[in-house]
Design a protein. Structure first.
Length: 133
């Protein structure tokens, strides 16, 4: 047994795949489904977050866009731009094929971005408290 199951759809001008991995990751054609097991027993090699959260957050580009084949307008990040802000902001998912081009989908790790946002907010709150004292 491979430890995962795959479902494929070939049609409508594209090939889609959904992969359900034994470790809990679900990979789709538009990226990985975020399931964040945060239990300490699942983690190791703890370190403090690198300094520079404000710089990393400021380097993120927010844009509005449509996903190909959809009409709903979205606001968010482009993974390739987020990777330039910090390589921990992204990770590669499954291989996808669209219009004959095969590529691995680059995903945004929103948990990493949220962690930096919390760090920035905590720093700003300390500064406000110091100014009000």
């Amino acid at each position: 047994m491979t430890g995962h199951a795959a479902v494929y759809l070939d049609g409508y001008g594209r090939t889609d795949a959904w992969i359900f991995r034994a470790g809990g990751t679900i990979s789709t054609g538009k990226g990985d489904v975020l399931t964040t097991g945060s239990d300490v027993r699942l983690k190791e090699d703890f370190t403090e977050s690198q300094e520079g959260a404000s710089r990393r957050i400021n380097a993120l580009g927010v844009c509005e866009f449509n996903m190909k084949g959809e009409t709903r307008r979205r606001r968010g990040f482009i993974a390739q731009q987020a990777e330039k802000a910090d390589d921990l902001y992204t990770f590669l998912g499954i291989e996808q094929e669209i219009d004959g081009e095969k590529f691995r989908v680059m995903n945004v790790d929103y948990t990493a971005i949220i962690a930096d946002l919390v760090t920035v907010v905590q720093d700003l709150l300390r500064r406000v408290d110091a100014l009000e004292s």
